[in-house]
Design a protein around this ligand. Structure first.
Ligand SMILES: Cc1cc2nc3c(=O)[nH]c(=O)nc-3n(C[C@H](O)[C@H](O)[C@H](O)COP(=O)(O)O)c2cc1C
Length: 334
């Protein structure tokens, strides 16, 4: 029996109330497909600049288009010009994305300097005009990703509530809210109480929480305590596709299986690496894959030397050798 009815994103219904968040530089096709294989019902692609996605030539490149085997999949756009956001959204739907998500959350300094992402939380009119422009051209689900304000000043909180209220009035299908301010970046703990307050003020809206989802067993209590409709998994999925298998078990009232032993970890790490190698030249693939090592070795009993060996690898053969060295000694299994 399911613990919940799943999650409604407008016309799209997921059978479990979680999915993989956008993570710039991580959530490429390889990571999305691995998440899917481990039970994630829906994934978000890397954030794209609206200005680029508004150009149909850019979207003709295979790496920007979803493949037939990964539906449903969402695209996220970043921009501050409503007309450009709408053009980008329309192109992305034509390219095959099932869901459009508007990013008003990114705290990266280079994004904020250009008045995009999280900076727009202090410009509610641009946020709502962007939503309206996108809503006019996209028939399918339109989501918005927010943080709880630019900072903790009363005016920022006021702007946050204004954006939440007006976006629901203007037909957003779901809000994904990261429970930190932009200026907090990733410091401290996410404020799920404020997210719960959003849900209790707007019980009919779909409110999805984000922040510090690392422990599958705790998520059920979190959902019960906050009344939220769902949550996204972000850093907790980097080098850890098993989190989706375990979350599914929690939601389907099945026991969480034992953690993967080193042999299984090795196979999954190799599977991930092989998927990346299909999409990029070897040197770039190794560089991309390096970002995942810290996540994968978190389960290794000799984390530090294993990580050091993997980080030193510069070629496909060296990655495989490092994996064979550090992931085949069964005496290391817990
Ligand atoms: C490296 C990195 C890249 C991220 N990129 C995006 C992004 O492109 N779009 C987005 O909406 N959120 C992005 N996020 C935020 C996450 O989706 C998520 O909201 C945040 O990490 C909080 O969740 P967590 O504590 O479970 O990681 C990023 C986070 C990290 C750490």
């Amino acid at each position: 029996m399911h613990n919940s009815i799943g999650l409604k994103l407008g016309s799209l219904t997921l059978d479990v109330p979680f999915f993989q968040a956008s993570l710039s530089g991580y959530t490429d096709y390889a990571m999305r497909m691995l998440a899917r294989r481990f039970g994630c019902p829906f994934t978000m692609a890397d954030m794209m600049l609206a200005k680029s996605a508004a150009n149909p030539r850019v979207l003709r490149k295979a790496c920007f288009r979803p493949t037939a085997d990964e539906h449903p999949v969402g695209a996220q756009i970043l921009g501050r010009n409503p007309a450009t956001m709408a053009k980008a959204a329309s192109n992305l739907v034509t390219a095959g994305y099932d869901v459009i998500d508007l990013n008003f959350a990114c705290p990266a300094p280079k994004v904020l300097r250009r008045g995009r992402g999280g900076a727009l939380l202090n410009e509610p009119d641009i946020v709502i005009d962007s939503l309206k422009a996108v809503r006019d051209v996209v028939g399918g689900p339109v989501l918005m990703k927010l943080r709880i304000g630019v900072d903790h000043k009363p005016q920022s909180l006021h702007n946050f509530w204004k954006i939440v209220t007006r976006s629901i009035e203007n037909g957003v299908d779901a809000l994904i809210i990261h429970g930190r301010t932009v200026s907090e970046r990733f410091r401290g703990k996410a404020d799920w109480d404020l997210l719960a307050a959003v849900k209790s003020r707007f019980p009919d809206a779909t409110i999805i929480g984000s922040g510090d989802i690392f422990d599958p067993a705790e998520t059920l209590d979190l959902m019960k305590r906050t009344g939220l409709d769902g949550f996204v998994v972000a850093r907790g999925a980097v080098g850890n596709p098993w989190i989706f298998r375990d979350l599914r078990c929690v939601w389907e009232n099945r026991p969480i299986p034992p953690p993967p032993d080193l042999a299984e970890q090795r196979l999954v790490i190799l599977e991930h690496f092989e998927r990346i190698l299909k999409d990029y030249p070897e040197k770039i693939a190794v560089r991309i894959f390096r970002k995942f090592f810290a996540g994968y070795v978190r389960r290794h009993p000799k984390r530090k030397p294993a990580l050091l060996a993997l980080m030193k690898a510069k070629t496909r053969a060296e990655v495989v050798t490092a994996l064979n060295t550090w992931y085949t000694d069964t005496s290391l299994n817990a």
